[in-house]
Design a protein around this ligand. Sequence first.
Ligand code: COA
Length: 325
Amino acid sequence: MINSIILGVGSKLPSKCLTNDCLAKMVDTSDEWIVQRTGIRQRYVLEPGQVISALAAEAAKTAISNAGISAHEIDLIIVATTTPEKTFPSTAALVQEKLGTGNCAAAFDINAVCSGFVYALSIADSFIKTGQSQYALVIGCDAMSKIVDWNDRSTCVLFGDGAGAMVLGAKRFDTDESEKVGVVAARLFCDGKLSKILETSGGTSTTCNSGVIVMNGREVFKRSIEKMSMAVQMVLSKAGLATDQIDVLIPHQANARILNAVAERLGLDKSKMIDTVGDFANTSAATIPIAWDYGLKKGIIRKNQNIVLTAMGGGVTWGAAVIRV
Ligand code: COA
């Protein structure tokens, strides 16, 4: 049987850092309020003229180098983003050009907002398991600073920009099941009836622009906890694992209070959860691969662990995946 294994990970943040004190000069807020309600201390945002495909390509180059392969071996690029550089071509095509991979088999974007990375990972896993890809590059990147309303203090404090990338490779496991690593299971969900709780005020085919983020914060808060914990339970059941077999949980980094509530609901020790929201804020589709990269660098993610990813975002979309490393 062919499985998708994680070969390399990389991430890239813009150099411009916006602290809570910087924001307090722009809107009526304070470092104390933001830290208490969200755990966020700072976020990174694109400099004028900087483009998201450049950030994504930097993250991808690191992931490819860590995977020990050449960019030319990549035959699939999936970019999860809600803030594409252009309406078309896709950000994936722009990343492909920057990597100089040549004619890779397929390159496309997907939009599942903050759940985008889990969706993209699951799609890449399917391509690999069905023999359509040998080496897949999965990227989560977003420039949320371009779609927040900088006059709305209830949303502008939450988001940041960033990119994270992961290289998946096909590996055949014929005999010893116990040695099997890679993507074990994934579950994806969407409930369009909830679309109004987190949306943009426009779009290319209506207002001819992206619009800005409009959010019912309390409702999103409640649903995030409910959906992410439910998705983890469902994916664990699909994988045949119990909660105490989770070694590392990487939830979408929306708000420290949401993360803690998810861990509590699952009965999981918070020390098993990666929390980068204080340093990088919510970078939408990029939070999970950025947090994975952080976990590797800090020695939190090691061999023979069960890593569980979960996310919830606009749509409303949500999902989870179990990966054995
Ligand atoms: N600074 C200071 N005060 C603020 C503020 C800010 N940045 N943002 C909102 N407030 C005010 C509100 O205006 C309100 O004032 P009022 O009582 O005078 O009307 C007060 O704080 C309480 O607002 P409320 O919305 O009830 O706060 P909250 O405790 O629910 O926290 C969020 C607000 C946005 C932090 C919280 O709802 C949240 O995190 N939701 C999820 C958001 C999210 O993660 N979105 C992305 C998901 S992918």
